[in-house]
Design a protein around this ligand. Structure first.
Ligand SMILES: *Cc1c(COP(=O)(O)O)cnc(C)c1O
Length: 457
């Protein structure tokens, strides 16, 4: 074991391949369905929204997929990212556990999201696409895609959830600096947006609604615009595995191997990006690392949702997937971890959780901000409120190890910094944040709107 604090790789160590979990899935997954016909989707249907290369990655069973040279060149602006041992946090907790974190906040957008934004922009550009549409909640995904579209000279329209548009003006300006057009969703620019505004002119919006608007614009553009999604899909998780591949090398430098790997989950991409290469080691090399996904009690898809077919968006335009879901009409409470306010979960992660290959826990908002402050004061980085969920679970693991007198090695994904989230921290410091507990009635209501899928066995 090394006494070093930071474990750094050189540019030459940047992985040349992404790892595709679909080559090694130990459990069955279900096909993605067309939202109109409820039949398995055809590449034709998907090609309205996505370029062919990404569709192929979505269904590929190849274990390793090469990272294009053009993508690696841009990755090099911020990758390999550091792996850091949180020695000062260990000391503050007085725990025998060793805590490591992979820091994805060093990207220009401040999170892990450029890891997929950059290849998505690249593949669209290569397919001759001129413009992309997307949604953004907290603004993390929008800023990552704005950055990437800027590098590949693509136009970008971002449908930003209204509460975030109002509460997070700086993320909006960041997107605009990179040349993106940003709209507060629901807008009056789409049929779906107008239908929501008719019912509720003050609608705060949701990720589901914003996805529907971005999808509608791409689908009705006559092929001029494609749609880009920042989480949930197989190829997004694939692109994020660059995080775990680097971490395997860095844990090796540290001379340790994690007993538990932790990440927060919205759609599942940063967690899977870190965890799937470690899952490969579990499946193929006999390692026994626990993989722990952490979600908010306000949107508890894994811990309280059901595993079933559901629409990916509110307007039922996006494909139907089998996943853990709270229902596509579920309206999450306005917690400050905007990136975790999604009703569903990545299908591969859902299947692995169902099969017992992954664990999940839900944590409350106040305890999460407590953990964020404890981490900031020990390590000097203010985490994104999303990432703070992983920190909460990490601290709980470290305290559990202390209680049991175990030297546990913990690795978590610090998926982003929180430098744009001062409104949330201010609310916390002023005692204005609440816990949103399991929204039972709202989930029961939304469950009534699930699609009735009847696939042949
Ligand atoms: C978007 C985001 C998340 C949640 O998305 P996943 O796809 O589950 O990773 C988590 N952390 C940060 C910093 C984000 O921006």
């Amino acid at each position: 074991m090394s006494e070093q604090t930071r474990f750094l790789l050189s540019e030459n160590d940047l992985p040349k391949y992404w790892y595709n979990i679909n080559a090694d899935m130990p459990v069955a997954t279900e096909p993605v369905l067309n939202p109109q016909t409820l039949e398995p989707v055809t590449p034709d249907f998907l090609s309205v929204l996505f370029p062919m290369e990404l569709i192929q990655q979505e269904i590929s069973k190849e274990r390793y997929i090469e990272i294009p040279q053009e993508v690696r060149e841009i990755y090099k602006l911020y990758r390999p990212t550091p792996l850091i041992r949180a020695k000062r946090l260990e000391k503050a907790l007085d725990t025998p556990a060793h805590i490591y974190y992979k820091y994805e906040g060093v990207s220009q957008a401040g999170s892990h999201k450029p890891n997929t934004a950059i290849p998505q922009a690249f593949y669209n550009k290569a397919a001759g696409v001129h413009a992309l549409t997307t949604e953004t909640g907290a603004g993390q995904w929008g800023s990552a895609l704005a950055l990437a579209c800027n590098f590949f000279d693509l136009d970008l329209e971002v449908y930003m959830v209204r509460v975030s548009y109002d509460n997070k003006p700086y993320r909006r300006v960041m997107m605009q600096n990179f040349g993106a057009k940003v709209f507060a969703s629901p807008t009056n620019l789409t049929n779906f947006g107008r239908s929501i505004l008719e019912k509720d002119p003050n609608s705060p919006g949701s990720l589901g609604i914003a996805i529907s608007e971005a999808v509608e614009v791409a689908a009705t553009s006559g092929g001029k615009k494609k749609y880009s999604l920042g989480s949930v899909l197989n190829y997004v998780l694939l692109h994020q595995t660059v995080i775990g591949e680097e971490s395997l090398m860095q844990m090796d430098l540290a001379g340790e191997y994690p007993d538990v790997v932790i990440g927060c989950v919205g759609g599942g991409s940063n967690f899977a990006g870190l965890a799937y290469p470690f899952l490969r080691m579990n499946l193929k090399e006999g390692k026994k690392t626990r993989l722990l996904a952490v979600e908010p009690t306000a949107t508890p898809s894994l811990t309280k949702g059901i595993y079933t077919f559901d629409y990916g968006d509110s307007a039922r335009m996006a494909p139907i997937m089998k996943m853990y879901t709270l229902g596509h009409t579920f309206m999450p409470a306005p917690i400050h971890a905007g990136g975790l306010r999604y009703h569903g979960m990545s299908p591969s992660l859902s299947a692995l959780y169902k099969g017992g290959y992954i664990e999940a826990v839900a944590v409350k908002q106040l305890a999460t901000f407590d953990a964020a402050l404890q981490f900031s004061r020990a390590e000097g980085i203010i985490p994104a409120p999303e990432s703070a969920h992983a920190i909460r679970a990490t601290i709980d693991e470290a305290l559990d190890a202390k209680q049991k007198g175990e030297k546990r090695v913990i690795l978590f994904n610090l998926s982003g910094h929180g430098n744009f989230d001062m409104t949330a921290y201010q609310a916390y410091l002023e005692g204005k944040l609440d816990d949103f507990i399991y929204p039972e009635e709202e989930i029961q209501r939304a469950m009534k709107d699930l699609p009735k899928v009847d696939l042949p066995a």
